[in-house]
Write a protein of this length. Structure first.
Lengths: 155, 152
């Protein structure tokens, strides 16, 4: 798979990060639980989730964080480096139920998006600051965050 | 002294900064692949050895979120108290200093760094910040994570 490399000179404040679509499903929730070790039943067990005061099952915050990091690593390429990353789980998201073993029901699609807010050189590092977020199907930012990345320079 | 009506007790304050039991994780290819699949991230840098060999890392590295999980020891083994049974993740802050390479042995140590309380829709809420430091087998700090948990 050929990947394009992003350079410091390619971006300016306001530059858009190539958006990334994701679908939260019950299947993904279980896969994330298994791979991350976060087995909190709040993310896959309706009866338990009903006792949590959140109107049911919710998507793992850490999975939304992983989507946002995926957004960044796709964008910065192999020569780029995520130096700092933060996000807040401001609003709850709810996974799609499964229609078959592997296929989710129709429903919401989430978009990971972002834009460059600042760029500067410090200690020989070409740094780019970004605002990033996960948007739900209604266009609401449920998971806003910030990232600082190091990009290679054409020098 | 515990303030009148505060849910943050002296016992809780005494545990701030106390290091929890370390978690040791060997970075295996299958575990990286499972996480990449769970994210839906097909990046060959996490999975394809021939591809990864030609990058500046010289081999497979783990995606940046790999360590920031209970399995890798985030907030694990830490001494924490809460008067509530329910909790949600509030947010995360991460600093990445070095890559996590296939075959590394990572040790994670967590500690509570801060408690605070707020009045929310459902009554009092406790905010707990837990910091986790990850070191590799060369004792190099590779990732520092700060996670906020909201108990209610």
């Amino acid at each position: 798979m050929a990947k394009k490399q992003l350079y410091y000179e390619d971006v300016e404040a306001g530059s858009e990060i190539t958006p990334l679509a994701k679908i939260s499903t019950m299947l993904m929730a279980v896969k994330w639980a298994g791979s991350s070790g976060d087995f909190n039943p709040h993310h896959y067990d309706d009866a338990f989730a009903a006792t949590q005061g959140t109107d049911g099952v919710i998507t793992h915050g850490a999975l939304k964080r992983a989507w946002l990091v995926n957004l960044i690593t796709d964008w910065i390429g192999d020569e780029g480096w995520v130096k700092k990353f933060s996000c807040q789980y401001r609003a709850l998201d709810r996974p799609r139920r499964m229609a078959s073993m592997m296929t989710p029901q129709e429903g919401e699609t989430w978009w990971c998006k972002g834009k460059v807010t600042n760029k500067y050189v410090e200690d020989d590092q070409h740094l780019v600051e970004c605002e990033i977020w996960v948007e739900n199907g209604k266009g609401e930012k449920t998971t806003p965050g910030n990232a600082t990345v190091i990009l290679p320079s054409r020098g | 002294m515990t303030q009148e009506g505060s849910i943050i007790t002296d016992e809780m304050k005494a545990l701030i900064g106390v290091e929890g039991t370390p978690t040791v994780l060997e970075v295996e290819k299958g575990a990286i692949r499972m996480m990449a699949e769970a994210i839906g991230d097909p990046n060959p840098l996490w999975q394809d050895e021939d591809y990864a060999k030609k990058t500046k890392y010289g081999g497979i590295i783990a995606p940046p979120v790999f360590l920031c999980s209970p399995r890798a020891g985030i907030a694990r083994g830490v001494q924490r108290k809460s008067p509530f049974l329910r909790a949600l993740a509030g947010g995360d802050e991460l600093e990445y200093l070095k890559p996590v390479k296939l075959g590394d042995t990572i040790t994670a140590v967590s500690r509570v760094t801060e408690y605070s309380e707020r009045e929310g829709k459902r009554g009092k809420m406790l905010f707990t910040i837990i910091e986790t430091t990850f070191k590799n087998q060369r004792d190099e700090v590779i990732v520092i994570g700060r996670s906020t948990y909201i108990s209610y």
